[in-house]
Design a binder for this molecule. Structure first.
Ligand code: NAP
Length: 541
């Protein structure tokens, strides 16, 4: 077994969070090692290489803001960057800041144990590497543990089977093939139009329809980009403080700067359509920001949902298919809204069939297709876009143990508990980036990652200056924060969504609304206030 070495900080994961942490901690003069299970940087953008994969946040906002030099140097080509371009960006960041030398690839962390007497974390990888560190920071991502469907027979499919979140790097050529796909979340909705354009025939097995809005993607006008970049500080400020999600519309003038209408409730259909048409034509998830109360007022939400259902009926020619595609079981936005290119129009193609497996459930995956209660569908290739064990999956897959050997799995048996979504009582000197209890997946992840890392660096600097070597959130502060996160969630429609935000997609997972729904600006203010009041809620020694 390789010899144990000791560093100031061990970071788990070399996605965007791990990369930025490494950059900042190194600047502080701390010794660090990053363990990454893949053979490259990029995290989610390394694994999710399915056809059509691209970000649903606009490129110029879904990028690091910490280096004006990097901002100016990197040229995004499309409004919404493709997965290969985002991966290239992550590689560029790693190379430009010379980060790779402190990253150990193909090292999956399996355990992290805190030793109270030594005040050290002992971290182990599947390959048997061991490291001792004063601080351990989990930068493991929120959507990094794929979820295979619990469908009978999935292993007996004889043809090629691909999972969206573990796509082969060399890509897949679907030409001449018949394909079946299970899953109509963001991944499926992006992949379906691309696979349909290539395959002989595509059968989509849909259990629950999702709301999707057009991306209105396109090649970026470089003159516009120059103008945008001249005002980058102003835009960044707006994303970090002025918007609840940190995404925003990047249009320099109209929609983004037009204040949202207060409510859709009580307006006529024509009035609602007049407002939403602008957002629909402009494209993107910013659509939901048209009305201030879209996620808190049921009536307003229903009006917005009706608008989208009517769009689906307009686009999809076959009325029965259109109706099957209309989501009716959850308020719009309470499951992550999808952003697509030609998704609904794809169902007008002759080579695409939609199968409603709510009406006729899957009995079994067989060697050459899928057998439903009311018949069989045969195809050559199976694609699974069935989601993730989100937010807690990666953390709980490791054996993390805090003081007195307390397993995180035991502490979180009834759902995740944290202080500020960053730290856990009983687990000293452990941080999580974008953990449950922070805005995380409800936000532009790059905005949230930078905010968390900056805050953590501030906290570690405070400790170094004061001569502290140990921090731990107090139980009372954690309890209060968990209560506050729940209180905010209950004031919204989110809990009605039955989504992965709630753990509802994983059998046996506690139903707890995991992200903090008050928005990135409000959350940042709380974190800054905690820091300014001598890190209220943290015990240092
Ligand atoms: P998802 O939203 O959880 O969707 C999974 C899909 O698989 C759902 O349609 C689900 O149906 C279906 N499914 C799961 N198990 C099934 C089973 N046993 N039988 C039949 N259907 C089954 O997962 P995702 O599409 O990978 O997206 C997850 C998140 O990743 C997104 O919400 C988003 O945050 C992120 N993402 C972002 C982008 C982007 O930036 N553009 C792209 C992809 C993903 P039910 O709903 O009925 O369970």
């Amino acid at each position: 077994m390789p010899e144990s070495k000791s560093v100031d900080v061990v970071i788990v994961g070399a996605g965007f969070a791990g990369l930025y942490l490494l950059y900042r901690l190194r600047k502080m003069g701390l010794t660090t090692v990053v363990f990454e299970q893949g053979d490259n940087v990029g995290g989610t953008w390394y694994w999710n290489r399915y056809p059509g994969a691209r970000c649903d946040a606009e490129s110029l906002a879904y990028s690091f803001s910490f280096s004006p030099e990097l901002e100016q140097q990197w040229q995004w080509s499309e409004r919404y960057a493709t997965q290969p371009e985002i991966l290239k960006y992550a590689e560029h960041v790693a190379d430009h800041f010379d980060l790779r030398k402190d990253i150990q690839f193909n090292e999956q962390v399996t355990a992290a144990r805190y030793d109270e007497a030594e005040n050290l974390w002992h971290v182990e990888t599947a390959a048997g590497k061991q490291v001792a560190a004063h601080f351990c920071i989990m930068a493991t991502g929120c959507l990094s543990v794929p979820q295979l469907p619990a469908i009978k027979g999935v292993e007996q499919f004889a043809g090629p089977r691909y999972q969206a979140s573990k796509w082969p790097p060399e890509g897949v050529d679907f030409s001449g093939q018949t394909v079946g796909i299970i899953g109509t979340g963001s991944s499926g909705i992006q992949a379906i139009p691309v696979i349909a354009a290539q395959a002989d025939h595509l059968t989509v097995f849909q259990r629950t329809p999702n709301f999707s809005v057009p991306a209105v993607n396109g090649v970026l006008d470089q003159d516009w980009v120059v103008q945008f970049k001249e005002n980058y500080r102003k835009h960044r400020h707006y994303h970090k403080h002025g918007l609840s999600s940190g995404f925003g519309d990047l249009q320099i003038e109209p929609v983004a700067r037009t204040p949202a209408a207060p409510t859709a409730a009580g307006l006529s259909d024509a009035q609602v359509a007049e407002i939403l048409d602008k957002y629909w034509q402009r494209g993107g998830a910013f659509f939901l920001s048209a009305f201030e109360d879209s996620l808190i007022n049921e009536e307003s939400n229903t009006r917005i949902a009706d608008y989208v259902r009517n769009k689906i009926r307009e686009i999809v020619k076959d009325p029965q298919t259109a109706e099957t595609l209309c989501p009716k079981d959850h308020p719009i936005g309470t499951k992550r809204i999808c952003v697509d290119t030609d998704y609904y129009a794809t169902y007008n193609r002759d080579n695409v069939t939609l199968v409603d497996i709510r009406k006729s459930p899957i009995e079994e995956i067989v060697k050459d297709g899928i057998r439903l209660v009311d018949g069989e569908h045969k195809f050559d290739t199976l694609v699974l876009a069935t989601g993730f064990d989100a937010m807690t999956g990666a953390l709980l897959n490791m054996d993390i143990r805090g003081r007195e050997g307390l397993p995180l799995r035991a502490k979180w048996q009834e759902g995740p508990r944290s202080y500020l979504g960053m730290s856990v009582h009983g687990f000293p000197n452990l941080f999580m980036v974008t953990g449950p209890g922070s805005p995380s997946v409800l936000s532009n992840m790059l905005v949230s990652i930078e905010q968390h890392v900056d805050w953590m660096v501030g906290c570690l600097t405070h400790m170094a200056e004061a001569g502290y070597t140990r921090f731990e959130p107090e139980l009372q502060a954690e309890d209060h924060w968990v209560g506050h996160v729940n209180e905010i969630a209950s004031a919204t429609l989110y809990p009605k969504g039955g989504s992965w935000y709630l753990g509802a997609n994983v059998a046996g997972k506690p139903r707890v609304f995991m992200p903090y729904a008050a928005g990135v600006g409000a959350y940042r203010d709380v974190c800054d206030d905690v820091a300014a009041s001598n890190y209220r809620g943290f015990a240092f020694s």
